[in-house]
Design a protein around this ligand. Structure first.
Ligand code: 0RA
Length: 353
């Protein structure tokens, strides 16, 4: 992907011919590349890719919440299937980017991978789709508007197919903070459909609320005569996720077992509860993305579980003459969530959904 971008930038006309600086050429070529091969960036241009535009946008607000600056994220499906994602975070900075000479918010929205580059302290955790950033959403939207409330003022900017069509303006005084991104998926790109599905968005937003304890995420649909709204908020985080999964099963112990530790910037959480069934239901996540092929976080948990139970059993003389338990013994009837948050994740050869 990087190689491709560089190749395109190299083939661009010389700055003296166009009046653009080298940086600006790279900016334009970048988003053109996304429109040329959208599936390279968002996986596909069907209904999945369409919904991924929302997830990618929501991830930025979740990051702001994980950094401790936002507490809620509101997603709205408007009548024309445009989507708004609004948070109460610090607001994307609107000051001039010193190298590019355009406002920082414009950099975030028009430069591939620009996400938090100008903010080296940012602890970017959310996975995004392929970690492509909100500029890809911009490139694949026939229009996008961003409104920022910051330092007591409202600001807005508008793009069409990734190109700035209305420069950043300062509108009026406000007494709140936050960012609202509204985009309309481009039917030239999403030829199959541009219609959002409530259940698909609700399922992912609920999952994000479970995985990010204390973040209030709401979904509103303005397309029907009657407004539909649902709020996902779980003070218990992944423990409540396990409770939901075990809801219709007889549980072996009433309380969900929960463990949480942060070390060297890596956050690890486990919630688990045994039920009376035989199936194993363990879901693992890295940076809010379901790592359905497992990984070191998953095998680490499984190994530790079996070792811990065997050590206890041995110490309490429960094994008698029996062989130590196997991991299939210790996982029978187990429902568990393993969630890790890593600043620079490696999804080696992993297909993300
Ligand atoms: C970097 C720096 C700062 C805010 C953000 C990113 C930010 C990005 C998004 C995207 C959606 N919502 C957002 N909210 C905040 C601010 C740095 C500062 O104020 O010092």
């Amino acid at each position: 992907m990087e190689e491709n971008e560089n190749a395109m930038a190299a083939a661009a006309p010389a700055p003296e011919q166009t009046g653009y600086t080298a940086d600006k050429i790279t900016v334009l070529e970048g988003l053109e590349a996304v429109r040329k091969r959208p599936s390279m960036y968002i996986g596909d241009t069907g209904i999945r890719g369409l919904h991924h535009l929302v997830y990618e946008t929501v991830d930025n607000s979740i990051d702001e919440a994980l950094a401790g600056y936002a507490s809620q994220v509101q997603v709205t499906i408007h009548q024309d299937n445009s989507i708004s994602v609004q948070d109460d975070g610090r607001g994307i900075p609107v000051d001039m980017h010193k190298d590019l000479g355009i406002p920082a918010v414009e950099v975030v929205m028009t430069v591939l991978h620009a996400g938090g580059k100008f903010d080296h302290n940012s602890y970017k955790v959310s996975g995004g789709l392929h970690g492509v950033g909100v500029s890809c959403v911009n490139a694949l939207s026939d229009w996008m508007e961003v409104e920022v409330h910051r330092d007591g003022m409202a600001h807005d900017i508008r793009f069409e197919r990734g190109v700035t069509v209305r420069q950043l303006r300062t509108l009026h005084a406000v007494n709140d903070r936050g960012t609202k991104v509204t985009f309309h998926p481009d039917a030239e790109i999403f030829q199959e459909t541009t219609v959002y599905v409530w259940n698909t968005l609700a399922k992912r937003l609920r999952e994000l609320a479970f995985l990010n304890r204390g973040v209030r995420i709401s979904l509103t649909d303005e397309r029907e005569e009657e407004l539909r709204t649902e709020t996902f908020y779980y003070e218990g985080g992944i423990s409540e996720f396990v409770m939901m999964l075990n809801e219709h099963k007889g549980v072996v112990h009433p309380e969900v077992i929960y463990m949480h530790k942060e070390k060297d910037g890596i956050d690890v959480e486990v919630a688990m509860q045994y039920n009376e069934a035989f199936q194993v239901e363990i879901y693992s996540y890295a940076n809010n993305i379901n790592t359905f092929e497992g990984g070191t976080h998953m095998t680490g948990f499984q190994t530790a579980l079996t070792r811990t139970i065997n050590n206890y059993a041995k110490g309490a003389n429960l094994l008698k003459g029996d062989k130590p338990m196997t991991s299939s013994d210790t996982q029978e009837g187990l429902t568990a969530i393993v969630s890790v948050k890593v600043p620079d994740p490696q999804f080696e050869g992993q297909t993300k959904t």
